[in-house]
Write a protein of this length. Structure first.
Length: 289
């Protein structure tokens, strides 16, 4: 069974809470105050450097802490990831739909990171980027602390070419290829994003791969990396991605309902390796539909 004993990281947001305990109780209302006190007592809330913290320590915005999530009953996700490539510095995983990349919500063991740590024995694995739980496809991991910063800079400086594929409603009146630029901010409820007025902070390039009937196959390139960007942009264009239960409207779905996966695939990643100077390209082996 995958090792669940991996910490989650949290950067403290601005707030008026007097101490860590008060802030964490407000940030995670589903975890009781007694549970947080128990975690503090057992050394399960740590500084970024791994030093146990006290519940009455001041809440300081911007501070990064680590904490161990604990889920008593966690559903098994019946889909399997693939490792497409691995060397001393990098691991490229091909993630199935429905599997989270990192521990979040009710998932600790059933995450891509935890499964890969268990499979490789490498507790230094860190995802260099993330894709949604509902999205399938490529995720790049750092295997080596010494080279990690060089690869992180590729994403920070937008020197990674990322290509996605999606199945969505047809847009026969649109001219392709097209670009969607807009301002995306956090919406309501908190896990949704929304386009709003203001200077654009997101850009997606969209083209058509296949035009067949009422559902087309699209190639999507997120030039920027806002949360849910491709899903928001496609819905705003009038072509929400098939299987999307968040955009344009929320759809109630049981967590173990796997009948209609989101038709979005992180198809390819390409970049110039900062260590070797060689062009590298990886492609998912998964298909949509």
């Amino acid at each position: 069974m995958p090792d669940p004993d991996l910490p989650s990281r949290l950067q403290l947001a601005p707030g008026s809470w007097a101490c860590l305990l008060d802030g964490l109780c407000a940030r995670f209302p589903q975890v009781s105050r007694a549970q947080w006190l128990d975690r503090f007592a057992r050394g399960r809330v740590l500084s970024a450097g791994g030093v146990p913290l006290m519940p009455q320590q001041p809440w300081r915005a911007g501070l990064e802490i680590q904490y161990f999530r604990e889920v008593s009953e966690e559903p098994r996700i019946p889909f399997v990831e693939q490792v497409l490539y691995q060397d001393e510095d990098l691991l490229v995983a091909d993630k199935p739909h429905f599997l989270p990349v990192m521990p979040a919500g009710q998932y600790v063991r059933e995450t891509l990171l935890t499964r890969l740590v268990a499979a490789t024995g490498n507790r230094d694995l860190v995802p260099l980027h993330r894709i949604d739980r509902g999205t399938a496809g490529l995720v790049l991991f750092s295997c080596n602390r010494r080279s990690r910063a060089a690869y992180q800079r590729l994403f920070r400086d937008r020197r990674i070419d990322k290509g996605y594929e999606a199945r969505a409603l047809a847009l026969p009146q649109a001219w392709f290829p097209l670009e969607r630029a807009s301002r995306i901010e956090r919406g309501e409820p908190f896990f949704r994003m929304a386009e709003c007025a203001g200077e654009p902070n997101s850009l997606s390039r969209i083209s058509v791969i296949e035009r067949t009937g009422a559902v087309w196959r699209y190639a999507l390139e997120p030039v920027t990396g806002r949360k849910h960007q491709l899903r928001v942009h496609m819905a705003a264009l009038g072509a929400p991605i098939l299987g999307d239960d968040i955009y344009p409207q929320l759809v109630e779905r049981a967590v173990d309902d796997y009948r209609a996966p989101l038709q979005l695939l992180a198809r390819c990643l390409a970049f110039v390796d900062p260590l070797s100077g060689r062009r590298r390209e990886f492609c998912s082996e998964r298909t949509l539909g």
